[in-house]
Design a protein around this ligand. Structure first.
Ligand SMILES: O=P(O)(O)OC[C@H]1O[C@H](O[C@H]2O[C@H](CO)[C@@H](O)[C@H](O)[C@H]2O)[C@H](O)[C@@H](O)[C@@H]1O
Length: 279
C-alpha cells in the first residue's frame, strides 16, 4: 500500500461498530477508546476522513465527537460534513447550520421515509415486547432489531415478528448484520453509494491520483468494498478475526489492529512529507 499510495491523496472511510469500537452486548455502550479517538483525529488532519455507519448520524457523532470528520449515518442515507470540506475544498450539497452555528453540508436521499420509519419502530416495539432481550434501535432512516441478548431458542419467533411488520411496508427491505435485523428503505442507496457521493462532494472524484481506503466489519460494508474494488482501485479492508466470504481484499483482526494501521498511515504521511521537503 505504501507503494500504491506514493504521490496519491489517500481518503479514509471508516465504519464504526466492530471497526472503531469493539462489539459489546449493549449497543448504547459501544464506546470508542480515547486512544482510538486521538488516532482518528490525527488521521483526519492528514487525510479526508469519513465515518460510514448503520447507526443514526447523531448517535455515531455522540460516540466519535470529532467535528472535523464527515459522517454518513443510516447506512449512508444521512450524510453531513463541514461545508469548508477538506483543506478548503468547497463541498457540494445542501447547506445549513449545525447546533453550534457551524456551516455544514448534508444529503439525505431517504428523507421522505422518516414518518414511515417512526411507525415501523412503534410496530416493532409492539410485536417484540414479549420477547425478552429484544432491543430496538431507531437509526433514523433504518430501524434495527437487536437479538444479541435474546435466547437462541427465541430467535426464530423474533424474526417472524419482524417479517410480519415488514409485510405491511412493501417499500422497505430486510438485511441482517451481527445479531441484528434491520429494516431499511428500498432505494438504490447504500454505503457504496455514500462513498461515491462523498468522493465527488469532496472534489476528489476517483482519479488515478486518489487512493480511497475503506475499513469495515459487517455485511453492509460489502457494498462499499465492491465499489472500491470494481471501480476505483481502492483498498478494501475487512475487520474480522475469522475467515469470511467477503469482497474485501485485505483484513485486520479487530479494532486494535485498525488503530495500529491508522497510526502507521500517519507515520508514513509524516515521513513522506519530510522526504519531500528535504529533496
Ligand atoms: O455500520 P456500523 O457502524 O458497523 O453499524 C452496524 C450496526 O452496529 C451496531 O450493532 C452492532 O454493534 C453493537 C455494539 O457493539 C452490538 O451490540 C450489536 O449486536 C451489533 O449488531 C448498532 O447498534 C446498529 O444499529 C448498527 O446498524
Amino acid at each position: 500500500m505504501v507503494e500504491a499510495g506514493k504521490g496519491k491523496q489517500l481518503v479514509l472511510f471508516l465504519d464504526y461498530d466492530g471497526t472503531l469500537s469493539p462489539i459489546v452486548e449493549d449497543p448504547d455502550r459501544a464506546f470508542m477508546s480515547d486512544a482510538m479517538r486521538t488516532t482518528v483525529k490525527e488521521v483526519a488532519t492528514h487525510f479526508p476522513t469519513a465515518i460510514i455507519s448503520g447507526r443514526s448520524r447523531d448517535k455515531v457523532y455522540e460516540f466519535v465527537q470529532l467535528a472535523e470528520l464527515f459522517y454518513a449515518g443510516s447506512h449512508g442515507m444521512d450524510i453531513m460534513g463541514p461545508a469548508e470540506g477538506y483543506h478548503g475544498v468547497k463541498v457540494d450539497g445542501t447547506r445549513g447550520m449545525d447546533e453550534q452555528g457551524n456551516e455544514i453540508v448534508f444529503f439525505q436521499p431517504a428523507s421522505e421515509f422518516l414518518p414511515m420509519m417512526n411507525e415501523v419502530c412503534k410496530a416493532l416495539e409492539q410485536r417484540s415486547k414479549n420477547i425478552q432481550g429484544a432491543k430496538i434501535e431507531h437509526n433514523k432512516y433504518c430501524v434495527s432489531m437487536h437479538f444479541r441478548r435474546v435466547k437462541e431458542e427465541n430467535w426464530q419467533a423474533l424474526a417472524e415478528e419482524v417479517q410480519k411488520v415488514l409485510k405491511n411496508y412493501p417499500k422497505l427491505f430486510l438485511t441482517q448484520g451481527r445479531k441484528v435485523l434491520e429494516l431499511r428503505p428500498s432505494i438504490a442507496w447504500d454505503k457504496g453509494k455514500a462513498v461515491e457521493y462523498l468522493m465527488k462532494a469532496l472534489g476528489l472524484g476517483f482519479s488515478d491520483d486518489v487512493l480511497p481506503v475503506y475499513i469495515g466489519d459487517d455485511q453492509t460494508d460489502e457494498d462499499a468494498f465492491k465499489v472500491l474494488n470494481e471501480k476505483h482501485n481502492g483498498y478494501s479492508i475487512l475487520v474480522s478475526n475469522v475467515a469470511k466470504r467477503t469482497n474485501a481484499s485485505f483484513s485486520l483482526r479487530d479494532p486494535s489492529e485498525v488503530m495500529a494501521f491508522l497510526q502507521s498511515l500517519v507515520k508514513w504521511k509524516l515521513r513522506s512529507s519530510l522526504e519531500q521537503n528535504s529533496s
